[in-house]
Structures are given as C-alpha cells and as structure tokens.
Design a protein around this ligand. Structure first.
Ligand code: S3P
Length: 433
C-alpha cells in the first residue's frame, strides 16, 4: 500500500500512543508460564503482539481477548507443548528470541519456530549459544537463521557474558534461567531495556542485579498478578518527532512509558534543543522496584541543533535512531550516530535503509560501519521512500513527509501495522484540530 504524506499544517491535540510492544510480548509470555489466569490491560493489538498471543496458544495456553484486555490461562512453567505445530512468529524478533528461552527447558518436547521473509534473515545464533551452554539442543538453518528447532532439555544455570548489549538475548537467558537448575547470571556490557527484570521481580521471582550482572534463581511455580501495559515510547517517538518538526505544532502524549532504559530518545531531544516537557519521573533514582514509570509529554515545534549519539546511550534508544537521523536533517550542524552496528540486524538493515531512504528525500546523510553522519540543512525536500517491510521505516517516511517541502510517498505503509495500526488515523486526528 502506497500512502502520500503531504507537508502538514500544525499538529495539535492529545493522544495516547499504542501500548508498549516490548512489555506486551513479555506479559503474554509470562502469562503463559503462569499457573493461574493472568489479565493484561492495555495489551497492544498490533501484528507483532498478536503473533505472540497465537504463539502461546500454539504451545497450550488459552487466550481470551476483549479489546485491549487479554486474559491468558497458562500451561504452568513445565507443561508447554506444540504437538508438532510450527510456532509462527510473523515479523516479531522479540517473540522469536524470548520464547525459546522458556521452551528450551521443556524436557522431551521440541518446538519449531518460523516467520516472515524478514525474520528469516535475522540471526538466532545469539540465543542458541547461551541456550546450548545451558544444555538445550538447537538446530538452525545454516546454524544461525530461522526456521529453527529447540529440543527442550533439563537446563543448568550458567554465567553468560553478552557479547553485545541485547535485551532480547538477556531476557531469553533469564527466562531459561528460571527453570534451570541453580542460578543463572547474565552480564551486560552496557544497560539495555530492563522490562523483563522489572516484571519478574514484581512477580516475586528471585532476581537481583550486582553492577552489570543480573542473576535469576530457580522457580518451581509462577504466580502472576494482573499486568498493565503503558504506552510505547518507541511508537510515541513518531508523533513526538512530527510535533517537533512541523511548524506551529503542540501535542500532549499521555501515559507514555519512560523507564530510563527506554527513554534515551528524550535525552537526545533535550540535547538537540527540542521542546518536550514531561515529569522527570523517569530518572534512575527513586523508582519503585519492578514499576514501569510513565509520564505525559508536552511537545512543541522548535529549532534543533545537531548532536552525537554513541556508547552506552545507544541501547537506550536503539529503535529511535532512524528518527534521530531525520531530526538531524532539520538541525543546525552535524548529527552523528556511532556504535550502533546492531541496527543492521533489525526488521531491515536500518543503517542502509535509513541512509538510502532519507537520501532519496534529499537528505545529506552518509552511512558508516556503525551508524551515520547527517548534515543539517534546515529541512527536507521529499520524494518517495520504500518501507522494506519495516514498520519504523514506514512511519519515518510518513513523519518526513509531514515536515517536508514537497511531501513523501511511502511505499509499503502497511508495515506500520506491526506496532502502530492506528498511526495514520492518529496523525489525521492531530491535523484536524
Ligand atoms: C527489544 C529489544 C531491542 C529492540 C527491539 C525490542 C525487546 O532489540 O531493538 O525492537 O523487546 O527486548 P535488542 O535487545 O536485540 O537490541
């Protein structure tokens, strides 16, 4: 589906962005691990997280959905079984990397995972390595790609040092660690999103952090309280960027998750001089353990200056880096992202697709091995951009169009369904006010 986004008048009004995708995936998986039914409110109704509900049904959980309220009746920690059915993860990399952690400990049962053409290019060796060390048997295509099969075994606890910061791999090992013998420790090179740790500690799972090392203990049974999912900062980032870039805009985004391990985009916006005001409840200190802090964010159009994003900050806004590139086009001076090789392994190779895509719209942007360099020219011309089946690229093109001089046609806009099905409607609503 090709959709055109013309240069927009001011965006105005209030909006609750869609529910957090990362937390929704985790809530459904943890619900499936539980013995008693779990109610999840604010569950994300988008392609990726509907794939997770289907996946947990495939392995024996019962799911009831009424709007954004989902009840999962789990199998308990050790009774998941797929009866020879393939688990279809669709486009959901998080599902593909988290669920095998739990299933690797289902002794004597095997689980085959597959997904769409984009998922078939995304590596699973990064989870196979630690899971094999724990005792699981994993067969993957070319030893690193989907489709792949996990043969569940009795697992043993390990200490695993992540070679690159990845919340998906960390979460996979922690889920496996809950049913492994002994304790399991994951050491992260730098902090990545910690939704799994927050959720598990809130549910009483023995889990503690010592510096960069997170340890989880063995669990016999999981009791899960009801879970509420806040709005997704990675989805909110698109209307935020549109509000910052389109002249005269003023938006209020409600109930946005601002856990500091996710909210790096807000810090980068601050440095660029953008007007995005919210309660600073997202600071590291004074947070309630296990809690996911939220804030209402007030956004206004204003001038920007270039910045550098690198090092420990990268994982804190990994999914928002394409938007940093777009903001850089409008900023004064140079904007540089480095240390972000991981972008190559997302729903598309986001170094190549962002650089080619924005260059096609008139941006002065160069790819590097681990990021990109953007020269701010005060705006963007417009043109056509291909989404490459990547939801964040589709919405990047849309926001670029709203703020451009000539408008942007997005080829493959339907990709936005993966995380933000109401994106087009929300933007149209903000334009009508
Ligand atoms: C996610 C973690 C990130 C992110 C992805 C969702 C998660 O991936 O890019 O969109 O929910 O854990 P990595 O942790 O593998 O970098």
């Amino acid at each position: 589906m090709n959709v055109r986004f013309d240069p927009s008048g001011p965006l105005k009004g209030r909006l609750t962005p869609p529910a957090d995708k990362s937390i929704s995936h985790r809530a459904a998986i943890v619900g499936a691990m539980a013995t008693e039914p779990v109610t999840i409110t604010g569950y994300l109704a988008a392609e990726d997280t509907l794939s997770t509900l289907k996946a947990v049904q495939t392995i024996g959980a019962l799911v009831q959905r009424e709007g954004d309220r989902v009840t999962v009746r789990g199998t308990g920690l050790r009774a998941a079984e797929a009866h020879g059915e393939t688990i279809d993860v669709g486009n959901a990399g998080t599902l593909m990397r988290l669920l095998p952690g739990w299933l690797a400990g289902q002794e004597g049962r095997s689980f085959t995972f597959d997904g769409d053409s984009s998922i078939r290019k995304r590596p699973v060796d990064r989870i196979a390595v630690p899971l094999r060390q724990m005792g699981a048997v994993i067969e993957a295509t070319d030893d690193r790609l989907p489709p792949f099969t996990v043969h569940g075994q009795r697992l043993r606890g390990i200490r695993y040092e992540l070679p690159v910061a990845s919340a998906q791999v960390k979460s996979c090992v922690l889920l496996a660690g809950m049913i492994a013998d002994g304790e399991t420790t994951v050491v992260e090179p730098v902090a990545s999103r910690d939704h799994t740790e927050r959720l598990l500690s809130r549910l009483g799972v023995p889990l503690w952090r010592d510096g960069d090392a997170i340890t989880v203990g063995h669990v016999d049974e999981l009791t899960v309280e009801d879970i509420h999912v806040p709005a997704d900062i990675s989805s909110a980032a698109f209307p935020i960027a549109a509000g910052v870039l389109v002249k005269g805009s003023r938006l209020l985004l409600r109930d946005v998750g601002v856990n500091w391990t996710r909210a790096g985009f807000l810090d980068v916006l601050d440095r660029m001089g953008a007007i995005v005001v919210g309660e600073r409840e997202r600071r590291r200190d004074g947070e309630v353990p296990g809690h996911e802090p939220t804030a209402d964010l007030d956004v206004a159009h204003g001038p920007l200056k270039g910045t550098v994003v690198e090092g420990d900050e990268v994982p804190l806004l990994i999914d928002e880096l394409p938007l940093v590139a777009l903001l850089g086009c409008f900023a004064e001076g140079e904007t540089i992202v480095r240390g972000a090789e991981e972008l190559k392994h997302k729903e598309s190779d986001r170094i190549a697709t962002v650089v080619d895509g924005l260059r096609g719209l008139g941006a002065e942007i160069e790819a590097t091995d681990d990021g990109f360099v953007v020269q701010g020219t005060g705006g963007i011309r417009g043109g056509t951009i291909e989404a490459h089946g990547d939801h964040r690229l589709a919405m990047l093109g849309a926001v670029a169009g709203l703020a451009s001089r000539e408008g942007v046609e997005v080829i493959g806009m339907e990709a936005a369904e993966v995380s933000y099905p109401a994106f087009g409607d929300d933007i149209a609503r903000l334009q009508r006010r």
